[in-house]
Design a protein around this ligand. Structure first.
Ligand code: ADP
Ligand code: MG
Length: 477
């Protein structure tokens, strides 16, 4: 029997505001435990939540960038459950009336272009963190409430993702959009982006979706892919052997590369959602929404299209250069400083990216964008050969000096003076008279040898086109 998988993703994204969603406490990652908490995050009696305007603006930007409908009215509800990292005993979330619906993400998968619907995006506050002793014999657990109350948006997709690879493409695109609009650092290791994957399978030919299993808290694209792959295989084998998939929540164990049951539907929480009586509905005006829309930066897919249409770059280059915003902005600065697009693209994608990877540095930390434009200009104007350019480039990375200064200092400039080149050509011909005789006797290979000797004598600094032309002239005499 063949099984068709269906995947729906729920993504929690931490917004990069300075303070929390309903409290003035700071949000920075890695502070000493329980130092970034105030009465509201601690749920002390009488403390009242006040909505963070910046968090709303960032959430709305995300909804707009994802092509969603922003609702002028939305509402906050209480999601009730008991857990030690949740001092209030409830989490403030938007359940009945989310601020954004009907968003979408375009992906290009193996089977072509497709759009994955986003059912809803809502704002909510994060819980704190529990830390359990790693030594199982030590029965100690600790609570850190620094994260409690941090603003999140939850982005819930339609069950329209067909393969583990499509899930990764969807997440890559989503992460890129959120990074471009600068509403989140999207750091998965620090938990700024967390993924729950819902997976079901159905026999080929059936149009009714199978029972879904939710795999919680995946914190890397690698584990998203592996967990979904494992789950598809597990469910398919289960059905094939006569079993039935039960709706449940599972956890992915990366060390063993399997998913394990966490709780079944029967044990699932009843959250007893109800509107938070401490908060009035959130009302946004059309003008506020439009002002945020107008201020959205150019997004990666828009840049990608423009690099192809305006700069004539290949799709591949456009994709690599826009993969992250910092690279795209650096590249655009190189062009602003006067470099031709394809040459700038090659230097950034090949030479610079290699160093970036090797040294774990950002592009602009190697040297400023206009220094690269200057280097390209030195090549284009014939001042240095592309071979010498590589040496200059290495020196730029090493010392941070400007390319022109390096060329002047080391006398690396190309020899382009015809008289000087003719002198060199004649002296090489004199030193290698046997090769000259060979060439005149019809041995074509002797020409290559003479050309090589001229290069050697000038340590690669002679303009090769001119040198070859003059050599041909002298040999013809
Ligand atoms: P819950 O709160 O129970 O997680 P949500 O509505 O927040 O429910 O999320 C449901 C998620 O499950 C959505 O991403 C949706 O696309 C996905 N989903 C729903 N039905 C299926 C199914 N049969 N197979 C796979 N995914 C599904
Ligand atoms: Mg869920």
């Amino acid at each position: 029997m063949k099984f068709i998988p269906t995947i729906g993703l729920e993504v929690h994204c931490q917004l990069n505001t300075r303070s929390k969603l309903f409290s003035p406490a700071a949000t920075s990652f890695g502070a000493n435990a329980n130092t970034e908490v105030q009465t509201v995050c601690l749920g002390l009696p009488g403390a009242l939540p006040v909505l963070n305007k910046e968090a709303v603006a960032k959430a709305v930007k995300a909804g707009l960038a994802l092509g969603g409908v922003i609702h002028e009215r939305s509402k906050f509800d209480r999601k009730n459950y008991f857990y030690p990292d949740l001092p209030k005993g409830y989490q403030i979330s938007q359940f009945f009336e989310p601020y954004c619906t009907k968003a979408k993400i375009g992906i290009v998968s193996g089977s072509g272009k497709k759009t994955v619907g986003i059912t809803r995006i809502h704002m909510e506050e994060d819980a704190g963190k529990l830390m359990h002793s790693e030594d199982a014999s030590v029965h100690e657990s600790y609570v850190d409430l620094n994260r409690a109350g941090t603003p999140l948006i939850e982005i819930v997709s339609e069950p329209e993702i067909d393969t583990p690879d499509e899930a990764v493409l969807y997440l890559t695109e989503l992460k890129q959009i959120l990074e471009y609009i600068e509403v989140s650092d999207c750091n998965m290791e620090e938990g700024s982006l967390r993924v729950d994957a819902n997976v079901s399978v159905r026999p080929e030919g059936s149009d009714k979706l199978g029972t879904r299993v939710e795999i919680k808290n995946l914190n890397s694209f690698k584990s998203v892919k592996a967990a979904i792959e494992y789950e598809i295989a597990r469910q398919s084998e289960l059905i094939e052997s006569g079993g039935k998939v039960v709706q449940e929540t599972r956890l992915y164990n990366a060390a063993r590369d399997i998913t394990l049951s966490m709780r079944s539907k029967e044990e699932a929480h009843d959250y007893r959602y109800f509107p938070d009586p401490d908060l009035v509905p959130l009302i946004l005006t059309k003008e506020q929404i439009e002002a945020l829309r107008k201020n959205l930066p150019e997004l990666a897919h828009e840049k990608r299209a423009r690099y192809v249409s305006e700069f004539g770059l290949p799709e591949y280059d456009a994709g690599v250069l826009t993969a992250d915003k910092a690279t795209a902005l650096y590249f655009e600065e190189v062009l602003k400083a006067g470099a031709p697009a394809k040459k700038a693209s090659n230097w950034v994608m090949v030479e610079m990216m290699a160093i970036v990877k090797e040294k774990h540095k950002a592009l602009y930390e190697l040297f400023p964008a206009d220094a690269l434009a200057e280097l390209i200009h030195l090549i284009d104007s014939g001042t240095i050969s592309s071979k010498i350019a590589k040496e200059v480039f290495a020196e730029m990375v090493e010392t941070g000096k400007r390319p022109k200064a390096i060329v002047d200092e080391k006398g690396m400039g190309q020899i382009s003076d015809e008289g000087k080149i003719r002198e060199i050509v004649l002296s090489v011909m004199g030193e290698h008279s046997a090769s000259v005789a060979d060439f005149k006797a019809g041995k074509e290979r002797a020409l290559k040898h003479l050309q090589g000797e001229i290069m050697k004598k000038t340590r690669g600094k002679v303009n090769p086109q001119l040198a070859n032309k003059i050599l041909a002239e002298e040999l013809a005499k």
